[in-house]
Design a protein around this ligand. Structure first.
Ligand code: GRF
Length: 226
């Protein structure tokens, strides 16, 4: 079953592009029914146009308050027959009206291993903190910023000399891997929220893990005997 999604952007839309690419290659069972940007003229809108995806600009400053803006978003998303909402670099906090309209169906990607470094400039915060493992997180959106139940995370080693740009680029490459995967799990109805945990229900056809390794990443590597 193809999931109809609305993608909300504010900028470059490289995560939007990752979703488009997986859909066009037949891997992701979703249809992007609308792309909405709160900022006019951004590259995310160009990407939508290039792939024949309807898009809309809804500038938040056209609305008197957050609630009115959220309600306008809901109207646009519902008119586009959207079943799930994908925040992809959308630089606005979404409120209770939108969450109520799409219960357990709003996803966000954050460029840090949550709960570390929520909020703005997460890559910069991680680089400045000197973390050994940086990464990204796809999570269900709840009423707190960068807080809802976690669907998938990817970790990437931080190298000495890394700055926000080098680290940010490696994190972004991982974002483009994990976001389409999370959306596919949502489309397949395989994500079950139990409190703070997200249970990934088994696929109908199980594919063996080729590595045979448990899913972990430790950096720097452990030394002999540990
Ligand atoms: C990404 O780093 C994402 O994690 C964050 O905003 C950035 C959006 O990048 N929420 P793009 O617009 O998808 O290129």
């Amino acid at each position: 079953m193809t999931l109809s999604v609305g993608v909300l952007v504010s900028g470059g839309g490289s995560n939007l592009q990752a979703l488009i690419d997986r859909i066009e290659s037949g891997i992701l069972d979703a249809r992007i029914s609308t792309v909405i940007s709160n900022v006019p003229g951004v590259k995310g809108l160009e990407r939508a146009a290039k792939h024949g995806i309807p898009s809309q600009v809804l500038p938040h400053h056209d609305y008197p308050n957050r609630r009115a803006y959220d309600q306008a978003l809901v109207r646009s998303l519902e008119q586009a027959d959207v079943e799930a909402v994908i925040l992809a670099g959308f630089m606005r906090v979404v409120g209770p009206d939108l969450l109520a309209a799409f219960p357990r169906r709003v996803l966000n990607i954050h460029p840090a291993l949550l709960p570390a470094f929520p909020g703005l400039h997460a890559q910069k915060q991680a680089a400045a903190h000197g973390v050994r493992l940086a990464g990204c997180t796809v999570h269900f959106v709840d009423e707190q910023v960068d807080h809802g139940p976690i669907i998938i995370q990817a970790a990437v080693p931080a190298q000495s000399g890394d700055d926000v740009d080098s680290l940010g680029a490696r994190i972004l490459a991982l974002e483009h891997r994990i976001y389409p995967q999370a959306v596919q799990w949502l489309a397949q109805g395989r994500l079950k929220i139990q409190g703070r945990q997200v249970v990934l229900l088994p696929a109908r056809v199980l594919r063996a893990d080729p590595s045979g390794l448990p899913p972990c990443l430790i950096h720097p590597m452990l030394e002999y005997g540990f």
